[in-house]
Design a protein around this ligand. Structure first.
Ligand SMILES: *Cc1c(COP(=O)(O)O)cnc(C)c1O
Length: 462
């Protein structure tokens, strides 16, 4: 029995998989302020046209550029592991496999799309990228990619993380990125929010507004904005994870996966692992596919499927997604990367169709799971990833109760070596659960009352 399954570089997938080509109920278009579908040209000030083309593409398979692959070889194909020590500790008949995305230079899955996005921007003649970051994972991934591809990177970092997580800022600066706390006084949006709420901890929604404003107001026209999750092209770039996993499982004769699990913030690491398996499910396979979110930010499990803005200042088009409302400022739980108010439209539409079984878990259960993981498998998980581990443990314990052998695959989306203060808080008993109350939910989602509603049709097959 192998602990790790490797692919040779020559076996790396050479195309990304686009779920938009196969969704039984079609993905719905983003809408402009007038409620009409926006045209690709309207996105041109924000994204380079080559990425806009990917964003709206209905092609099932999209070639990965050779130069992008050459950079990905630095850490890809990533290993597929069998979590033998955890299985043993749980005394479960379940087999637990995981993709280790913590082996990338930035320590998470995010460089998979950062490298691709920086490459397409450079091809299009762009010199500078602006972006937002929560816990700093995305800002550091894009800074790393910018360094390799010769693109300047400017990062607006959610204030509370900027203060609490100086190490990620140092990583960004080491790779040459510039990092500002958000809200900042560098943009109109930031200044307006600071005036009203001088002590705000910030939010991803605010930081996105600032980063977009900084990109579209650059008079040189050589700056664009880059988003680390949510958008279709980001999901696309991450599918290399699931495509590799399929090849690795096939190599060891593991032909049937029963459960696929990933934590979900904006949806990208979950989508990256699961979309190739969602295709199998659409084609009749019996697989349960579970995105896991924090109970404090229950986007897929409790928020409505609506049209909403991706940011606080309403600079983005309206996206068809599960959303807690674009003004939502999440409580300061440590899983920074899972605190976004929205969810990828592709993940949302798949959930609407019934192809996914979303789950929300509390942070204490997630940290307990991460501790169990560290003391069996050894790796220290990102707080986001720990939500997936907690769901895996639930599944494995259920398998034991039912006496069923089942095969679980999950995405170990990143390491937590920059997030040790969260572990310290947990180990010293200072963390509490923050389940969102019904009143809070109602209060937050009110903001979408006047916004258009997406088509709620589904085939009813799942
Ligand atoms: C950013 C991040 C997430 C959440 O983002 P998704 O787009 O939902 O994947 C999860 N895990 C890690 C390690 C992250 O850095």
């Amino acid at each position: 029995m192998s602990v790790k399954v490797f692919l040779d570089e020559s076996e790396i997938p050479r195309q990304w998989y686009n779920l938009a080509a196969d969704l039984p109920t079609p993905l719905q278009p983003p809408l402009g302020p007038d409620g009409k579908p926006i045209s690709p040209e309207m996105l041109a000030p924000v994204f380079p046209m080559n990425l806009v083309e990917q964003e709206v593409s209905q092609e099932r398979w999209i070639d990965i550029p050779e130069e992008v692959l050459e950079i990905l070889y630095q850490w890809r194909p990533s290993p597929l592991y069998r979590a033998r020590a955890l299985e043993k500790a749980l005394d479960t008949p379940a087999k637990i496999y995981y993709k280790n995305e913590g082996v990338s230079p930035a320590g998470s899955h995010k460089p998979n799309t950062a490298v691709a996005q920086a490459w397409y921007n450079r091809e299009f003649g762009i010199k500078k990228l602006t972006t937002e970051t929560g816990a700093g994972q995305w800002g550091s991934a894009l800074s790393f990619a910018g360094a390799l591809l010769g693109i300047e990177v400017q990062v607006y970092m959610v204030r509370i993380s900027f203060d609490q997580k100086p190490f990620r800022r140092m990583m960004m600066e080491t790779w040459g990125g510039k990092c500002y706390p958000s809200p900042s006084d560098r943009t109109q949006t930031g200044r307006a929010i600071l005036e009203k709420f001088p002590d705000t901890p910030g939010s991803l929604g605010i930081a996105i507004s600032e980063a977009i404003e900084a990109a579209v107001t650059d008079p040189t026209g050589e700056t664009r904005y880059s988003l680390g999750s949510v958008l279709n092209h980001v999901m696309l770039h991450q599918t290399i994870i699931g495509l590799e996993a399929k090849k690795q499982l096939a190599k060891i004769g593991e032909n049937k996966v029963d459960v696929v699990i990933g934590c979900a913030g904006g949806g990208s690491n979950f989508a990256g692992l699961s979309f190739p398996f969602v295709l199998d499910k659409i084609n009749g396979a019996d697989i349960r596919i579970i995105p896991v979110e924090p109970a404090s930010c229950p986007t897929l499990t409790r928020a409505p499927f609506s049209y909403d803005h991706g940011d606080t200042a309403k600079m983005t088009p309206l996206l068809p997604m599960h959303s807690l409302g674009h003004d939502f400022v999440p409580p300061p739980v440590h899983a920074g990367g899972l605190r976004y108010h929205g969810m990828a439209p592709l993940v949302s539409q798949a959930a609407q169709e019934g192809l996914l079984e979303p789950m929300a878990l509390d942070q204490l259960e997630s940290y307990s799971a991460a501790i169990k993981w560290a003391r069996t498998e050894g790796f220290i998980s990102a707080p986001e990833t720990s939500h997936a581990i907690a769901a895996v443990i639930r599944e494995a314990e259920q398998a034991k109760e039912e006496g069923k052998e089942k095969t679980i695959l999950f995405n170990w989306s990143g390491h937590g070596l920059m997030d040790l203060t969260g572990y310290e808080a947990f180990l010293s008993g200072k963390l509490t659960d923050h389940k969102m109350s019904e009143e809070e939910l109602i209060e937050n989602i009110k903001i979408m009352d006047g916004l258009p509603k997406p088509n709620m049709d589904k085939t009813g097959k799942w």
